[in-house]
Design a protein around this ligand. Structure first.
Ligand SMILES: NC(=O)c1ccc[n+]([C@@H]2O[C@H](COP(=O)([O-])OP(=O)(O)OC[C@H]3O[C@@H](n4cnc5c(N)ncnc54)[C@H](OP(=O)(O)O)[C@@H]3O)[C@@H](O)[C@H]2O)c1
Length: 298
């Protein structure tokens, strides 16, 4: 049997840490790096190795996974002098699980290819519970052969991996999906605020919604947080959702594809963050709508 590929993982945040735990549990030799080293402690106890830089990580790994907050973090981890691109082994595969821009994905893929490595943009569907239970959906773009070589790794962290086309295709699909998600949650947030102001109980609104044709997994998942106004701990923060919606609208602008509902959803997330809510779960846009409707004190 061929030896298992060695895996490097950079970015041990809310998503990266449980993803790394599943890679380790599946028996892959695993090395990790994170900007804040403390977050690696539990993984090191379970047998992961540590490196001091992303470049050192790249030198240990056949396949490198990254899960990073935003474009600035991706820029640093891939393109800094001690980053992945400068140190990736020829034949290695770099896989970015972060939500990012298709342009950045193409830029990384070109740079990786120059050094003889491959790159997949492979953002994920599903939040912390799916990352923890290994049930993510993986949306990949890039080299098909590299995607096929990652099958075993993807099945350790996800329930489905979709190959969508050349570099940037995975990033594009994720932006399509998150734009829709944000619009959906914005619609729920303002509907709930209206219902509450008219005298309905929040719990009753969700009981009826979840049994109606407007039911959706995200509506069910966020019902308790919205009804209890309990937005911590966040699974996916309003700060990250603002980043994602900006990427969606930038792509829409570049391609001249109007997205009126997404533009409003972006502005409401921006307003929520401007009033101090960026660390809360993204469903806290409902809190903002309640404040605006006057059903809750700001
Ligand atoms: N949370 C979700 O539900 C969810 C779902 C699907 C996709 N995503 C996407 O997955 C990615 C990670 O999300 P998350 O929720 O895990 O975020 P998170 O908990 O905020 O973790 C972000 C990670 O990025 C690192 N980072 C931030 N700035 C950096 C920099 N300048 N240089 C190096 N590393 C940096 C952080 O390091 P430190 O530990 O040092 O801060 C941390 O490891 C994001 O792109 C997000 O959009 C999230």
């Amino acid at each position: 049997m061929a030896p298992r590929p060695t895996i490097g993982i950079a970015g041990l945040g809310r998503m990266g840490a449980p993803i790394a735990a599943n890679i380790l549990a599946a028996g892959f030799p695993t090395t990790v790096w994170n900007r804040t080293p403390d977050k690696a402690a539990a993984l090191l106890e379970h047998g992961a190795a540590w490196t001091d830089t992303p470049g050192d990580l790249a030198q240990t790994a056949d396949i490198v996974l990254t899960s990073l907050a935003d474009p600035a973090a991706v820029e640093r981890v891939y393109f800094a002098p001690d980053g992945l691109i400068a140190h990736a082994r020829p034949g290695a595969i770099l896989v970015d699980l972060s939500t990012g821009s298709p342009d950045m994905a193409r830029r990384i893929a070109d740079a990786a290819q120059e050094g003889g490595a491959a790159f997949l943009d492979a953002p994920v569907a599903g939040s912390i519970p799916a990352a923890t239970s290994g049930q993510l959906g993986i949306m990949a773009g890039g080299d098909r052969a590299a995607f096929d070589r990652c099958a075993e790794v993807f099945s350790a962290i996800g329930k489905a991996a979709y190959y969508l086309g050349p570099s940037g295709s995975g990033a594009t699909m994720k932006l399509v999906a998150n734009g829709i998600l944000a619009v959906l949650v914005q619609a729920v947030a303002e509907g709930v605020a209206l219902g509450e102001k008219a005298g309905l109980a929040t719990e009753d609104i969700f009981t009826v919604l979840n049994a109606s044709s407007a039911a959706a997994p995200v509506v069910a998942a966020k019902a308790t947080a919205i009804a209890d106004r309990a937005y911590l701990p966040a699974t996916f923060t309003l700060g990250l959702m603002q980043k994602d919606l900006w990427l969606v609208l930038s792509l829409a602008n570049e391609l001249q594809a109007p997205m009126p509902a997404t533009s409003v959803a972006h502005d409401m997330v921006l307003a929520a963050n401007a009033t101090g809510k960026s660390a809360l779960d993204f469903s806290a846009v409902a809190l903002l709508m309640e404040e605006l409707a006057g059903t809750r004190e700001p």
